[in-house]
Design a protein around this ligand. Structure first.
Ligand code: IMP
Ligand code: MG
Length: 219
């Protein structure tokens, strides 16, 4: 868990919210749960380019269930803005999903528009089932009703970068997750700009589904 009000060393204007080890531990937990749910099933994990790449690379290495990996493209943020624009989706890069259980993987569930749209499109490709995993779920932003099957952390309504997530295509390489601007965080927490961490800040990881579930094809 990261502490402190200052920006990250060498990266002015960002502040750590989740450290590498916070993320690593949680991704391990997600991997265990997904293994339990999909054991022995023909699984394909489909990552949403570009923000999910780091999460995809880490999660796939936590799984012992044999699986294929694919990607598709979606984008709604353009250039130097933190405001979402219109959604563009392409399944041109997606593998054949016929007869496969699909786990659609994205970095963050914000309004819910991207993941809800993609689930419908993947279903149309003949998948046996479609489930979703997101690393982050931003609170207070969702406009499209949607429940991910697995998620890592709930976060407050701040713009985050690192661990694959970008601002204007920058910051994806940061190994931790950070809020872009300390002032935005201070505003989001009633002027308290320091001591921001997972505990007591609106940040929390959610218990995973308590029991493994039996996979059945979608009707
Ligand atoms: P949604 O369609 O509004 O749920 O947006 C999901 C997409 O928006 C994610 O896949 C991200 O690419 C992007 N996004 C949403 N919030 C953030 C953020 O705080 N930082 C970086 N990208 C974000
Ligand atoms: Mg994205």
């Amino acid at each position: 868990m990261a502490q402190g009000a200052a920006g990250c060393a060498g990266v002015p204007g960002v502040k750590v919210l989740l450290t590498e080890s916070d993320i690593h531990n949680r991704v391990q937990e997600l991997g265990r749960r997904i293994d339990a749910d999909y054991h022995g099933q023909p699984l394909t994990i489909v990552g949403v380019l570009t923000g999910s790449l780091v999460f995809l690379a880490d999660l796939t290495r936590q799984l012992s269930t044999a699986h294929r990996i694919g990607v598709l493209q979606a984008s709604s943020y353009r250039g130097a803005t933190t405001v979402a624009g219109s959604l563009e989706v392409s399944l041109d890069l997606a593998p054949d999903l016929q007869g496969r259980h699909v786990l659609l993987l994205d970095d963050i569930l914000d309004t819910g528009q991207t993941i809800a749209t993609l689930v419908e499109q993947v279903r149309c490709r003949g998948a046996l089932s479609v489930r979703t995993v997101v690393l982050l779920r931003k609170l207070g932003r969702q406009t499209v009703p949607f429940e991910p099957d697995y998620f890592g952390f709930e976060i407050p309504d701040v713009f985050v970068v690192g661990y694959g997530l970008d601002y204007n295509d920058e910051f994806r390489h940061l190994p931790y997750l950070a809020a872009l601007d300390g002032h935005e965080i201070a505003e989001a927490f009633g002027g308290q700009g320091s001591g921001f961490g997972v505990q007591g800040s609106g940040f929390r990881s959610q218990p995973l589904n308590p029991e493994p579930r039996t996979l059945t094809p979608d009707p």
